[in-house]
Design a protein around this ligand. Structure first.
Ligand SMILES: [Zn+2]
Length: 136
C-alpha cells in the first residue's frame, strides 16, 4: 500500500523522466533571483528581473533539450573560471603592489610579474617566449 507522499514522489519521477533537472547554473539563477527579489524591496522595477531569472531557471530544469542545457552549463562554467582567474590576478596585484610590477606580454596578453627596483630588465614571457625591456 502506498501513502500519498510515495504516490506524489513517483508521479514527480515520471514527470522528470527525460528532462534536464537541476544543475549549477539553475541553482545560481535561483540564488540570483532571490537576491534580486530582496533588492526589489528598495527598487521595485527589479521585481520583473527576479521573475525572469526564476522563469529561466525553471525552464532549464524542466527542459527536454538536454544537449543545449549542457552547452549552456559549459559556457557558464568557463565564464566563472575566467572570472575567478581575473579575481585572483587582481588579488595578487594588490598583495604584491609594493614589491612587484605587472606588465602585459604584447605577444600573448599574459600578465608578467617582475620584482621592483632592478632597473632596466629584459623580461621573457614564459608562455610565448616574447621578450620585452622595461624599467622596474
Ligand atoms: Zn607572451
Amino acid at each position: 500500500m502506498r501513502n500519498w507522499l510515495q504516490t506524489l514522489s513517483y508521479r514527480f519521477q515520471t514527470f522528470m523522466y527525460g528532462r534536464y533537472g537541476v544543475d549549477l547554473l539553475s541553482k545560481h539563477l535561483n540564488i540570483a533571483s532571490l537576491i534580486v527579489l530582496i533588492l526589489s524591496w528598495f527598487i521595485p522595477e527589479l521585481y520583473l528581473l527576479a521573475l525572469a531569472l526564476l522563469v529561466w531557471s525553471t525552464f532549464r530544469i524542466y527542459s527536454r533539450n538536454i544537449y543545449n542545457r549542457q552547452q549552456e552549463l559549459f559556457r557558464y562554467q568557463n565564464f566563472i573560471a575566467k572570472l575567478r582567474r581575473r579575481l585572483n590576478l587582481l588579488k595578487s596585484r594588490f598583495r604584491d603592489r609594493k614589491t612587484h610590477r605587472f606588465y602585459r606580454c604584447p605577444g600573448c596578453r599574459e600578465f608578467l610579474r617582475v620584482p621592483k627596483g632592478r632597473g632596466e630588465v629584459h623580461i621573457t614571457c614564459p608562455r610565448c617566449r616574447h621578450e620585452i625591456v622595461r624599467k622596474t
